[in-house]
Design a protein around this ligand. Structure first.
Ligand code: ARG
Length: 459
C-alpha cells in the first residue's frame, strides 16, 4: 500500500531496500523533543493567525504532549515505514486526536521542519559543549593555582627548551579551551535564526507569522530567505568545525598526559579512577582515558569532512542527501561531550609530581638562554656572541657529563675571561622562571594573574 503522508500519486509501496535506504527514524528519533516543540509553536501561531481554530490548535498541542510522554517513557512504537521522526509523530498524533492532526502541516514542509528541529538540537549541544569546557577550565585553574611556582621543562621539538611553571602550562590549555568556548558562542549567535515557515523552499501563501514561531522557539529572528533556510547546514558544519578544533586541543593534552604519566617522565600520576590495568602485566597502570580521548577525536574530524562532502555538490534547495547530516553530528557531539567529561575527570584527579618535574626542569641545559641573557645584560655582549659563548659552555658541560651550574668559574673564564661569579645566580631554574616577568610570561606572579583573570571571567 502507498504512504499515508505522501502516497496520493503512488500506486505501490516502496521496496524493502528503498525503505531501508530512505528511513531516518533509526537516528532522528533523537530529535523528538525538538520536533514536538517546533510543532507546538507552529500550531499556536496558526491559531493566532486565524488559520486554525483555537480548539484544533489546543487539541494538537495537548496531543503532542501525549506523544512526547509516550516517547520519553519508551512506550512509543517507531515505524520505519513512516520514515522519520516528523511523520512518526504526526501519525501518532492522528491516532490520538483524529482529524485536527491533519491540519498541523498547513504552511509548513518537512524541509523547514527538519532544519528547525536540527538547529534546536545543535543549539542545545553548543550549550552543553560550553558547560563542559567551563568545567574543564575550572579543573585546570585548580591545577594552575596549586602549581603556579612548580618548575618543569618547557619543550620545543619535545627537546628541553627553557624552564616553565606547571601553572603556566595548565594556563596555556585554559587559553585554548577559552577560545573554543568563544567559537561555540559565536556560532550560536550566527545560527540562531528560525527556518520554520520557509516551508518547502518558497515560503507559503498562508498568512503565517514567522516572527512569532521564531521567538517561541528562542530564535533571535526568522531566517531571511526561505531557499537558504531549508538548504543551510552551516550551523551543523560550524558546530563540527568548532568541535574539531576543540577536539584537537583535547587530543594534544591527552598526548601530553600519555607521555607525562610514563615511567620515563613521571611528571603526573593519573588516578586509579581514570586508568586501567593489564591482564598479563601486573605492574601496569595505563592511561586509557587519555588514549581514547586522543583516538575519538578522529571521529569528530571525520564527521566534519563527511558533512562538508555531503553538502558541497548540492544544488538549492533541499536534497535528500541532507538527511546524512544527523548521524555525523550526533556521533561527533556524543564523543565530544564524553571526551570533555573524561578530560575534566582526569585533570581533577591527577597529581603533578613536583620532584621529577623540577629535576627534569634543571636537566638538558634548560637555563642556557638565561646564561646568554646574562652575558648580554651584564657584560654588554651582542646577543649573537653571547649565544656562541654559551653554546661553547654547553658543549663543555656535555662532554663532561654535567650540567651548566656544575662548571667552575675557571671553566667559564676559559671560554670568556670576564665572566664573574654572579653568573651562577641565573643558572637555577627557580630564578629562571621568576625572571620571565614579561606580560604572559611564565613567572609565578604572571601565572597567578592569568588565573585571577580567568576566575573573574568565569564568575
Ligand atoms: N528525514 C528527512 C531529513 O532528515 C526530513 C526531510 C524530508 N524532506 C523531504 N522533502 N523528503 O532530512
Amino acid at each position: 500500500s502507498s504512504n499515508a503522508m505522501w502516497g496520493g500519486r503512488f500506486a505501490a509501496g516502496p521496496d524493502a531496500i528503498m525503505e531501508a535506504i530512505n528511513a531516518s527514524i533509526g537516528f532522528d528519533k533523537r530529535m523528538a523533543a525538538q520536533d514536538i516543540a517546533g510543532s507546538r509553536a507552529h500550531a499556536s501561531m496558526l491559531a493566532a493567525q486565524g488559520i486554525l481554530t483555537d480548539n484544533d490548535a489546543e487539541a494538537i498541542r495537548e496531543g503532542l504532549l501525549t506523544v512526547l510522554s509516550e516517547i520519553e517513557s519508551g512506550s512509543f512504537e517507531f515505524s520505519t515505514a513512516l520514515e522519520d521522526i516528523h511523520m512518526n509523530v504526526e501519525a501518532r498524533l492522528k491516532e490520538i486526536i483524529g482529524e485536527p492532526a491533519g491540519r498541523l502541516h498547513t504552511g509548513r514542509s518537512r524541509n523547514d521542519q527538519v532544519a528547525t528541529d536540527f538547529k534546536l538540537w545543535v543549539r542545545d549541544q553548543i550549550d552543553a559543549a560550553v558547560s563542559g569546557l567551563e568545567a574543564l577550565i575550572q579543573a585546570l585553574l585548580v591545577q594552575a593555582e596549586a602549581g603556579a611556582e612548580w618548575v618543569m621543562p618547557g619543550f620545543t621539538h619535545l627537546q628541553t627548551a627553557q624552564p616553565v611553571t606547571w601553572g603556566h602550562h595548565m594556563m596555556a590549555y585554559v587559553e585554548m579551551f577559552g577560545r573554543d568556548i568563544s567559537r561555540f558562542i559565536d556560532a550560536r549567535a550566527r545560527m540562531n535564526e528560525s527556518p520554520l515557515g520557509a516551508a518547502a523552499l518558497a515560503g507559503t501563501s498562508f498568512p503565517i507569522d514567522r516572527h512569532m514561531t521564531a521567538s517561541a522557539l528562542g530564535f533571535d529572528r526568522p531566517a531571511a530567505n526561505s531557499l537558504d533556510a531549508v538548504s543551510d547546514r552551516d550551523f551543523a558544519l560550524e558546530f563540527l568545525s568548532n568541535a574539531s578544533i576543540c577536539a584537537m586541543h583535547l587530543s594534544r593534552f591527552a598526548e601530553e598526559l600519555v607521555i607525562w604519566s610514563s615511567a620515563q617522565f613521571r611528571f603526573v600520576t593519573l588516578s586509579d579512577r581514570f586508568s586501567t590495568g593489564s591482564s598479563i602485566m601486573p605492574q601496569k597502570k595505563n592511561p586509557d582515558a587519555a588514549e581514547l580521548i586522543r583516538a575519538k577525536i578522529g571521529r569528530i574530524f571525520g564527521a566534519n569532512v563527511a558533512l562538508m562532502t555531503v553538502m558541497k555538490g548540492l544544488p538549492l534547495a533541499y536534497s535528500k542527501d541532507m538527511q546524512e547530516d544527523k548521524e555525523q553530528v550526533f556521533d561527533a557531539a556524543d564523543n565530544l561531550m564524553l571526551a570533555l567529561a573524561a578530560m575534566e575527570g582526569m585533570v581533577k584527579d591527577m597529581s603533578a609530581n613536583r620532584e621529577p618535574l623540577e629535576a627534569a626542569a634543571a636537566s638538558g641545559f634548560s637555563t642556557a638562554t638565561d646564561l646568554a641573557d646574562w652575558l648580554v645584560r651584564v657584560l654588554d655582549m651582542p646577543f649573537r656572541d653571547a649565544h656562541h659563548v654559551t653554546g661553547t659552555l654547553v658543549a663543555m658541560a656535555e662532554s663532561r657529563g654535567c650540567d651548566l651550574p656544575d662548571l667552575s668559574l675557571d671553566d667559564m673564564q676559559s671560554v670568556h675571561a670576564t665572566i664573574s661569579d654572579e653568573v651562577f645566580t641565573v643558572l637555577g631554574v627557580q630564578n629562571s622562571v621568576a625572571s620571565r616577568m614579561s606580560y604572559g610570561g611564565t613567572a609565578p606572579t604572571r601565572v597567578r594573574e592569568q588565573v585571577a583573570r580567568w576566575k573573574e571571567k568565569l564568575g
